[in-house]
Design a protein around this ligand. Sequence first.
Ligand code: ZN
Ligand code: ZN
Length: 376
Amino acid sequence: MPITSSTLTNTVLTIPAPGETALKEKPYPVCGPGFVIIDVAIAPVCNEARIYRDHQFEWHDSPEHLGHEGVGTVAEVAAGSRFSVGDRVIVFQGNSCQECFVCTQGLSPTHCLGIPYEGFDDGMAPQDVTAGLLGIEKVNGSESGGFAMARYRLAPEHMIMTLPDDLSFEHAAAGNCTLGCTYTAAEETGVKAGDVVIVGGVGFIGLGAIVNAIYRGATVVVLGRNDYRMDLCRQLGVAAVIDPDDDDWLEQIHAFTGDRGGADVAFECSGAPYYLDRCFTGLRRYGSLFSMGFLGSGDYTVSILNTVMDRHISWTGGHDVRFRDRDGLLRMLGDAAVQRNIDILTTHSFPMSEASDAFDTGLTKNCGKIYLRPAE
Ligand SMILES: [Zn+2]
Ligand SMILES: [Zn+2]
């Protein structure tokens, strides 16, 4: 135990009101068995810019509990830990039960049965959930550290992985919602060399989906309109950027898919019906649509007969990295071409003390992935 832990505090990012951020000093985290305390190097921005704008929270967030992505250095371990102070790690989100069929089959912790989605009311969890990020401070009896946008973060040992010595924090930090969730989506949809992949509604998740598909040797066509992001897509190496408002947008996709008559896989990254419709339409028979974006918990209408059955489309979605994908993901993050693309899509980096600037930048959409640095 570092002798400093009794005197240290934890600096935590808060969003007390719409359009406002503030740093708050809280007690240093309490680390129980099976947990470590991490000195956070990078806490990437995910849904927090939207929270900063709307002050509407997802079930696991609150004004003083923000951030789920991150990398850093182990600062404290509990007795019997398999980790050591000084280990460089990536933190995957949540605190899954390790016992249910999702956890024991190597699936995604975000979909662990410890999180009672079936009991959610309008997308919100009951307040007594101990799985997921919400439970981390509870089970440790800690007043801080359960979330990523903090100087010190508590993480369950089964949710962290040691980084190879030659993998920088900047490249590893792409392993959460940018290249990580999309790695699992690419695995689940079986993207392979020679496939044509549509990516629609491109934010940083879409950029991550593009990097994954290119890494696998697929031809990527993007449906999008934001000039800044379309330029990033071209730099990443996509085959085409198609304006989905063009009258011939579908013919432009078909120019890449030959007699298959559509793309093999579509990654829809916005949740907007405008893009969902086009992703469905752009797929070939027996194609797969993977949803990685959403707009609240609202509905979307699809024809069971004309789309799902007659055209035999598979549709699923998710937002996490499966346990079984972590090794492959870390190998991908070590690839030189992938690292070059991470450098392209990571467009901004801010000290956590300038989080308002980071979120304002996120809301302009003239950005790719944005990193926050809690120690600065
Ligand atoms: Zn995220
Ligand atoms: Zn579980």
